[in-house]
Design a protein around this ligand. Sequence first.
Ligand code: VGL
Ligand code: ZN
Length: 212
Amino acid sequence: MSSDSGPAKVLLVVDVQNDFCPGGSLAVPDGDRIVGVINRLMESFDAVVATQDWHPEDHVSFASSHAGAKPFDAIEVDGREQVLWPDHCVIGSRGAELHPDLDTDPLRAVFRKGSSPALDSYSAFFENDRRTPTGVEGYLKDLGLTSVYLVGLATDVCVYYSAMDAVRRGFDVWLVEDACRGIDSPPGSLAGRLEEMGAAGVRMVRSGDLGP
Ligand code: VGL
Ligand code: ZN
């Protein structure tokens, strides 16, 4: 673990789960290629924390929960846009488990999100009402972990919302570009979200520029 002076750094590993990797129900292209990169990064951080998307089987974000809907349709729920996905990360399923090659020994904590049947949760920090906290902010601040390095899946969904919320809550935020992969649906949206993160103050870095 790093013992440099300066702000304490946390590696926040977002949703590196079987369903988001090739063979999973909501596979991100090359999603599994980041696992080795993330494992190598872990020792350079003061703490490593992970999230898991963790949905009940009738979750509002599943197309299968809405008559006549198909995956990737967008509908309105409680005045918010809800993109509908294939069933994924169902509580207790193999798809919801962290990727088997992810080194879980260094994980100081794992936060599960998206478990309310009627409310989705993309960000590691807040549910999609943007108000209900997951507890991650309090945990990181309690431990003095003020620099957040984001890695994981998917760059343009959960990593993106986590990065934007982390900036909003006053953290110093970095995105480790080669330790994330995106869905890019609709095509082109990934580039737009990278740009938005940059404009909000998220700094881009590559894994080779970090660590020992
Ligand atoms: C995610 C879509 C639905 C993600 C989670 O982890 O990026 N994407 N649920
Ligand atoms: Zn989900």
